[in-house]
Design a protein around this ligand. Structure first.
Ligand code: ADP
Ligand code: ASP
Ligand code: MG
Length: 448
């Protein structure tokens, strides 16, 4: 049986008109019976602030008012306004209480509970929007099936449990309803709400598509597909009609915000084709992501990931010695730090780390540095960006010097990784040069 799982991002459910456009997209696809929604645009950012410690009472109140306005502007357009507002008021009261507690006694657990309210409200309202255009929408609390560990802020989903619970509880609902559920959130074994990391709704939708044996995953966002680079960096960027799972997964892991980095893992496991398109202009088409594609160009796209840290460890003892790197990695593992890229020379090793998006804290803390310093000399640099050129057969391609390095000749390149993967070549550059480099490189690779 054909089943489409559709995911609507924050701007797609930002206001009443946007929600109606999404409802009509669902109406056009008779196989679409599951909709995964993000919080209305801006709401999660407000909630992030509310989830922090020691937020002044006046600021808390003003944030709750702003969130309330976003939601009420939508409900005001609906015949069921009264009932919806009652439910929204209950949720906002809970949120207000949690925010007060958080301000006095900060906990990670409470932070995730707070972050979940955006999706709770948008899913409630979107189900009603579906009903208002005559579709059988019902809201479903995803926490019944999206069971996770207790790594608050970045929880891992129990895929087996998700599959079993989805088949038992969710699948039967799809016979007669269009289920509207929350992206981004889950629940741990203690019954506490968890979140899957910023931008996690794409991943939720992909996991649900896998669990429900869906035949298509449609990601509806604010741009008409996956572009050759972030269209916010250059207006020369253009939509890619068709791309392989492998290439798109590289783009996502290397920071293309269009997809959460883990989104394609469930889709690839089950070979579910993915479509990415604009909910504002669905008629413009979008990008199909699938296993096999007709063209395999050397250069497919450029991704940019900001907020990178570079750690260089140096020790003359490394020369002809064994076991040094193992000691370095043991310290990093102890602090649960995942190394991203690595380059080595005889007596030094450079490692990169991806700092969490929108966080002012660096992963590499003073404690880590001090421990490494017991072993060797340590230098830490922040304020770097990782540029990744993504394509096919890059490790065997000729002309990279002409195509890529000539263009970036005038910039300070801190590290280059090439050869390990045929799908990418990446390098670290100072944050302040990143946009210019991507723009110039894009011009060279895609518009000449
Ligand atoms: P949503 O709220 O729908 O999940 P996001 O803001 O998370 O939307 O992702 C869409 C944004 O991703 C686009 O507006 C665009 O600026 C950015 N983006 C980054 N890289 C790309 C790319 N290669 N192609 C398309 N969009 C990209
Ligand atoms: N609302 C969450 C966020 O803004 C999840 C998502 O939109 O994917 O990060
Ligand atoms: Mg997103």
């Amino acid at each position: 049986m054909s089943l489409t799982v559709a995911k609507f991002g924050g701007t797609s459910v930002a206001d009443y008109q946007a929600m109606v456009r999404c409802a009509n997209i669902i109406k056009q696809d008779e196989n679409c019976r599951t909709a995964v929604v993000s919080a209305s645009a801006g709401v999660t950012n407000y909630l992030v602030r509310l989830s922090q410690a020691e937020v002044p009472a006046a600021e808390q109140a003003s944030i709750i008012t702003s969130i309330s306005e976003i939601q009420h502007n939508i409900t005001a357009q609906l015949a069921a306004e009264h009932d919806l507002n009652r439910e929204i008021a209950l949720l906002l009261n809970e949120l207000t209480e949690l925010a007060k507690q958080q301000s006095n006694h900060y906990s990670l657990q409470n932070a995730d509970a707070i972050l979940s309210y955006g999706e709770q409200m948008s899913s409630l309202i979107f189900a009603e929007v579906l009903r208002s255009i005559g579709l059988p929408g019902i809201q479903f609390d995803v926490r019944q099936v999206m069971k996770t560990n207790s790594a608050y802020g970045q929880a891992n989903v129990d895929i087996e449990q998700l599959k079993q619970a989805s088949q038992a509880v969710l699948q039967p609902l799809l016979q007669e309803h269009i289920v509207v559920t929350q992206g981004f959130i889950g629940q741990d074994s203690l019954g506490y709400t968890t979140t899957l990391g910023r931008g996690g709704s794409d991943y939720s939708a992909a996991l649900l598509a896998e669990a429900l044996d869906a035949t298509k995953l449609a990601i509806w966002t604010d741009v008409e597909g996956i572009f050759t680079t972030d269209p916010r960096i250059t207006d020369q960027a253009r939509s890619i009609p068709e791309i392989s799972f492998g290439e798109a997964a590289e783009m996502a892991t290397f920071g293309a915000k269009i997809l959460h980095p883990a989104t394609l893992i469930p889709a690839m496991r089950q070979n579910i084709p993915v479509f990415v398109g604009s909910s504002k202009e669905p008629e413009k088409g979008g990008t199909r992501i699938q296993q096999e594609v007709a063209s395999k160009p050397t250069y497919r796209s450029i991704a940019l990931r900001r907020q990178q840290s570079l750690v260089t460890v140096k020790s003359p003892e490394m020369l002809h010695a064994s076991g040094f790197l193992a000691k370095v990695f043991a310290i990093l593992a102890k602090h649960e730090l995942s190394v991203d890229l690595i380059t080595t020379s005889e007596i030094s090793v450079a490692l990169t780390f991806d700092n969490p998006t929108a966080s002012s804290q660096h992963l590499i803390t003073q404690a880590v540095v001090e421990e490494l310093e017991q072993l060797c000399e340590v230098t830490v640099e922040h304020g770097l960006s990782l540029v990744a050129v993504i394509g096919n057969g890059l490790n065997a391609a000729k002309g990279l010097g002409r195509d890529i390095f000539q263009k970036i000749n005038d910039f300070n390149i801190r590290l280059i990784c090439h050869g390990a993967s045929s799908n990418n070549l990446c390098f670290l550059v100072p944050e302040e040069n990143a946009n210019t480099i991507v723009e110039q490189l894009h011009d060279r690779l895609f518009t000449q």
